[in-house]
Design a protein around this ligand. Sequence first.
Ligand SMILES: NC(=O)c1ccc[n+]([C@@H]2O[C@H](COP(=O)([O-])OP(=O)(O)OC[C@H]3O[C@@H](n4cnc5c(N)ncnc54)[C@H](O)[C@@H]3O)[C@@H](O)[C@H]2O)c1
Length: 257
Amino acid sequence: MRFDDQVVFITGAAHGIGAATARRLHQEGARVAIADHDRDAAERTAADLAERALAVTCDVHDRDSVDAAIAATLETFGRLDQLVAVAGGSAPMPDFAEQSDELWNDLIDLNLTGVMRCIRAALPALQCSDRPAVVMVSSVNGLAAFGEESYGAAKAGLSNLAKNLAVRYGPRRIRFNVVAPGTIRTRVWDHQPGSLERLKRFYPLGRVGEPEDIAAAVAFLGSADASWITGITLPVEGGAMAGPLHFSGRAFNDPDQ
Ligand SMILES: NC(=O)c1ccc[n+]([C@@H]2O[C@H](COP(=O)([O-])OP(=O)(O)OC[C@H]3O[C@@H](n4cnc5c(N)ncnc54)[C@H](O)[C@@H]3O)[C@@H](O)[C@H]2O)c1
């Protein structure tokens, strides 16, 4: 019960990695705010947890929406100890040379600026906690070149954001860390049938990740077990980065590979 008495605000918690993280932290005693722009799904995730869970509407693209979601969490639970920023994602991309400003900015906004909005809104409450922590969910795309330049650049930005904020807020005991997942079995792969089966051979541990693999790492970094860890990016990727030759562009881009 590492999160007994703690209140955790989790963005993107209606589905996938965020929902698994909410379940894990809740199981360890946390009161959880399921913050997502998909209100209906957020309600379902919160209902599954039955107690100590609140669904809040939160669109990370919108400062007012983020601020209101944090305020609603404080109103219900009276405090905030941790922020887990999971909301994010990619989109089909044209060739880099054909990239529009709009598409580029949209992915940077979702994956980087949106996280900044959540941290900014949460900071005043976090500074009142005795065990404050922020965990951001990035991607291996932020650690190396897998294509999807705007998504990768945004995710890479999270690592630097964590370092800067770890230094700036270290004296106030707020910790900032990042988890960088490899391929995780969520709905984002549904439109590419067979892709997870194809990708698993690039993972030395012989499988792609499950949302619970990421939830476990987020729980560790947010817990007192990680109380002397701040400013890091933890890859959680089944050993994929240990064998970078497996990740040729051909292997990833060619559906026959
Ligand atoms: N699935 C993977 O293979 C994988 C790999 C590496 C990193 N990631 C990252 O993990 C995170 C979660 O991905 P997932 O696979 O669970 O995807 P998912 O689509 O299942 O979950 C994403 C969640 O974010 C929410 N969301 C999207 N836009 C939002 C917005 N503007 N405001 C608030 N909520 C919003 C969605 O409603 C959803 O609940 C993302 O940041 C993604 O980039 C995923």
